[in-house]
Design a protein around this ligand. Structure first.
Ligand SMILES: Nc1ncnc2c1ncn2[C@@H]1O[C@H](COP(=O)(O)OP(=O)(O)OP(=O)(O)O)[C@@H](O)[C@H]1O
Ligand SMILES: [Mg+2]
Length: 275
């Protein structure tokens, strides 16, 4: 579905910001992109979205080269949720905001189709439509931005630090919505995220970047347990995973407090039987 072939990109003559990146993302995956500040994560997702074009190599979305795809067509394929919802919101009511995005990307629906889609989206996100985005909380505004991105029904959803600035319940709300749509097979997700707990809870696969290059690619649990890789990328694993690794034998595969507790309980039970 997404294919990067030896992609390099340079903002300036100073040198490439991302270099020789190659990876595939298949339909239905939920992939996290990890790395320290300046590793090239945002640049990489902008390349997937076609906001910027590779200086070398090719980015293919559904087999189409992003350097040759028209902007209008891309908007149907790829939805982009930015870290700051205020970069995305420009209308005075939630209803107008959702309709605006749909008109730009889904002219094919016709005006009646757009009206219906707006109302369906408002209902799904529990908005009346009359709310004024700028009087809503940060978490609510992020939900407005997400609603207008998802109304278009993109095949691919790109999230660049979607939970920054949100409290725990706002974060769960946004991520659960995305996760449900991903599990239902409606959308393939590529997420940049600094919160490793969120990555562990929601992503299946992690790509690890440092200095514009891809250092690692694999299942999230396995990536977090690769100490050398995590150190090279300056990424700390989630606390539970770190603790499980320190506890060592028998605990290595625990990813939640419940799983850690289960190992302790099994051992206690074993000792009691021996005694
Ligand atoms: N528009 C730009 N012009 C010039 N250099 C840029 C531009 N955008 C980013 N860079 C540089 O490219 C490098 C990679 O930036 P990028 O935003 O892709 O990193 P990132 O991994 O998303 O970092 P963060 O976690 O801080 O968001 C950085 O050194 C950054 O300063
Ligand atoms: Mg970034």
């Amino acid at each position: 579905m997404i294919k990067l072939e030896n992609v390099s990109f340079a903002y300036a003559a100073a040198g490439p910001t991302v270099e020789n990146l190659s990876f595939h993302v298949e339909k239905g995956e939920f992939v996290a992109l990890l790395g320290a500040n300046g590793a090239g994560k945002t640049t990489t997702v902008k390349l997937i979205d076609g906001l910027i074009k590779p200086t070398k190599g090719r980015v293919l979305v559904n087999g189409e080269d992003t350097a040759k795809t028209r902007v209008s067509r891309r908007a149907r394929q790829v939805g982009f949720l930015f870290q700051n919802p205020d970069r995305q919101i420009c209308k005075n009511t939630v209803r107008e905001e959702i309709a605006f995005g749909l008109r730009a990307a889904r002219g094919d629906l016709g005006e009646d189709g757009i009206k219906n889609r707006v109302e369906e989206t408002l209902a799904a996100f529990h908005f009346t439509g009359e709310e004024e985005p700028f009087s809503l909380s940060r978490g609510q505004r992020q939900r407005v931005a997400l609603a207008s991105v998802l109304a278009v029904e993109p095949q691919i959803l790109i999230l660049d630090e979607p939970t920054t600035g949100l409290d725990y319940s706002e974060c769960c709300h946004i991520m659960d919505t995305i996760s449900r749509m991903n599990r239902d097979g409606q959308v393939t997700v590529v997420m940049v995220c600094h919160d490793m707990e969120v990555v562990l809870d929601y992503a299946q696969r992690a790509l690890v970047m440092a200095g514009g290059r891809l250092l690692g690619d694999g299942p999230v649990g396995k990536i977090f347990r690769d100490r050398e890789l995590m150190e090279r990328a300056s990424v700390l694993p989630p606390q539970i995973t770190g603790l499980a690794m320190r506890l060592g034998e028998g605990f290595e595969n625990a990813d939640t407090a419940e799983e850690l507790a289960a190992v302790v309980m099994r051992r206690r039970e074993g000792r009691r039987k021996q005694a």
